[in-house]
Write a protein of this length. Structure first.
Length: 179
């Protein structure tokens, strides 16, 4: 738990220095506890998944664990939040709890999380995707193969788009070359 406290404290320190705004909309003075709870939630997820926790600082858009983003919420009734600018090609894990007592609730791919039916602005929050626990897959079902498949999905989508564009360009050239 000491490592989580240190990492969370460092994250908050660097956020204050960089004058970062809390995406959750909470006042800056509450950022201290949010950063610490977030780090402890990542540790809980790593333990549940038998994975190494890197405890990174200043890695805002990198995954918390290999191919996995962890969101820690203080109350068990809260949904997983995925924001519109969050990565799609990673796994999102919901952890609930506080003060060293956590439940790793489940997971969903970023692609599956960003569905219109989850989009909203509850309690005047910034627009985001709020995924209920009932829509999450059990954490025990997450495999390294799932993580790799989701991580590579965006690359495959880009390659497919490039192929489609190339095929259209080639078709257009063929049409132009016809007498």
């Amino acid at each position: 738990m000491g490592a989580g406290l240190r990492v969370g404290g460092l994250r908050h320190y660097h956020a204050v220095i960089r004058k970062c705004r809390q995406k959750s909309g909470t006042p800056p003075e509450e950022g201290w506890s949010h950063h610490i709870e977030g780090a402890l939630g990542e540790m809980a997820a790593a333990k549940a998944l038998n994975m190494y926790w890197p405890g990174s600082v200043n890695a805002w858009k990198e995954c918390d664990l290999y191919g996995i983003q962890v969101r820690t919420r203080s109350k068990s009734s809260y949904d997983l939040i995925v924001r519109p600018d969050d990565a799609e090609n990673c796994v999102w894990v919901l952890v609930t709890g506080s003060c060293g007592s956590y439940e790793v609730c489940g997971w969903i791919s970023g692609f599956d999380a960003k569905q219109e039916r989850f989009f909203g602005t509850p309690n005047n929050r910034e627009p985001a995707y709020f995924i209920p626990k009932s829509e999450l897959k059990p954490i025990e079902t997450l495999t390294h193969e799932d993580i790799e498949e989701i991580r590579n999905q965006k690359r495959r989508d880009r390659q497919q788009t490039f192929i489609q564009i190339s095929q259209r360009s080639n078709s257009a050239r063929v049409e132009e070359d016809k007498p």
